[in-house]
Design a protein around this ligand. Structure first.
Ligand SMILES: Nc1ncnc2c1ncn2[C@@H]1O[C@H](COP(=O)(O)OP(=O)(O)O)[C@@H](O)[C@H]1O
Ligand SMILES: [Mg+2]
Length: 356
């Protein structure tokens, strides 16, 4: 069988089955025809933690969370720090026992049959970095062995994964010599080195990466999605969710506030237009006072010392455009627009400082 260089295929190209390297067709990505059933089905998941000290209250970190991920679907779990995202992922990964509710991974109950359920899982922890003292190939091989791949199949499988994630050129490079983005790719390659991965869990996959490395991780996520893997990730970057996610789920205080495609979530909260004014702290006292006078009477959604967001019924109405012009003339940075995912998120979640 001829092996096509997967790097020559655009990320969105579905795999012609004849072009699959053996390593990938033997169970890594057996998804030429996507099976219909969800790769993850979570129903009414609850997880509480006992009170930290005397007089402290128990924390309900997940409160009746239900969520489904289909094959070939990317779902982004959003929410401020402490919303319960990692707790959710740890339960799905079988690292933490639910207080109540059910988790099925590729149809297998995680609580009743954790070993079998974990066979379908590929988990990348929040702060994991690969061991630097071995080569990329050695590292991924080690994972394949640990995950029970037959000795005779390891080499082919690992080559297929390295090709598929564009790591072939780096295969014999020591991991410590790779950039942050490539190290993250190696973690993803290692996580894929199981027998039947169907669902990948990524906790903040691009936190701390520079923009180029971030895009390189996005590309890998898109490739895996196009090959039929279900992907559940958490992120603080709403742009990341907008770019990657087929669906977003917003958590706050352990509960689901919104669940849908980006445009569904935007539509579900019809919030009209927005005027965002930045750079207020850089204005002179006189200009700042004048700016405050101009915005007086317009409904303020949120503000800090340096910026504010105003609610508009129509961002293209002449009064709104005039206001934006006058503020810009004073030296502020005024932007008019319809709500982005970030606007909806901030409306729902509130405190923008909680984003970071
Ligand atoms: N092992 C633990 N023991 C006690 N409380 C915990 C533990 N893990 C998480 N929590 C609490 O559960 C809540 C959700 O945390 P987490 O799932 O880490 O949120 P996120 O990942 O969204 O930032 C927080 O209030 C956190 O303090
Ligand atoms: Mg977390």
């Amino acid at each position: 069988m001829s092996v096509t260089d997967l790097r020559d295929l655009p990320a969105s190209t579905p795999f012609p089955s004849g072009a699959l390297p053996d390593g990938w067709s033997k169970g890594v990505f057996r998804t030429e025809a996507f099976p219909e059933e969800p790769v993850l089905e979570v129903r009414d998941l609850c997880r509480s933690f006992p009170a930290g000290g005397p007089g402290g209250a128990a924390v309900l970190a997940n409160d009746r969370v239900s969520l489904t991920v289909g094959p070939g679907e990317v779902v982004a779990l959003l929410g401020p720090n402490g919303a319960g995202k990692s707790t959710f992922l740890r339960q799905v990964a079988g690292q933490l026992c639910p207080t109540r509710g059910s988790i099925r991974v590729a149809g297998v109950d995680m609580v009743a049959s954790p070993r079998e359920a974990k066979e379908a899982l590929s988990v990348i922890p929040q702060e994991g970095t690969p061991y630097g003292g071995c080569t990329v190939r050695e590292f991924v091989r080690m994972f394949a062995r640990l995950k029970g791949v037959e000795n005779t199949e390891v080499s082919l499988l690992v080559s297929g994964i390295l090709d598929g994630l564009s790591l072939r050129r780096e295969a014999d490079t020591l991991i410590r010599n790779l950039s942050g983005g490539y190290k993250r790719r190696v973690m993803m390659a290692a996580a894929m080195a199981g027998r039947h991965p169907r669902l990948m869990l990524l906790d903040e996959p691009t936190t701390g990466l520079d923009p180029t490395s971030r895009r390189s991780v996005w590309e890998v996520i898109q490739r895996l999605r196009d090959r039929g893997l279900g992907i559940l990730l958490t992120t603080h970057y709403l742009e990341e969710a907008e770019t990657l996610a087929d669906r977003v789920v917003i958590l706050l205080g352990g509960r689901v506030l919104a669940d849908g495609t980006v445009s569904e979530v935007r539509r579900r909260f019809p919030v009209g237009g927005r005027l965002e004014v930045r750079g207020l702290d850089g204005l002179s006292t006189v200009a700042r006072r004048e700016a405050m006078g101009l915005v007086k009477g317009w409904p303020v959604i949120s503000r800090s010392s340096s910026w504010m967001r105003l609610q508009l019924t129509d961002p293209f109405a002449p009064e709104a455009v005039g206001l934006a012009r006058s503020l810009t003339a004073l030296g502020a940075l005024a932007t008019l627009g319809t709500p982005s995912l970030e606007d909806v998120y901030l409306d729902l979640v509130g405190d923008p400082e909680a984003l970071v």
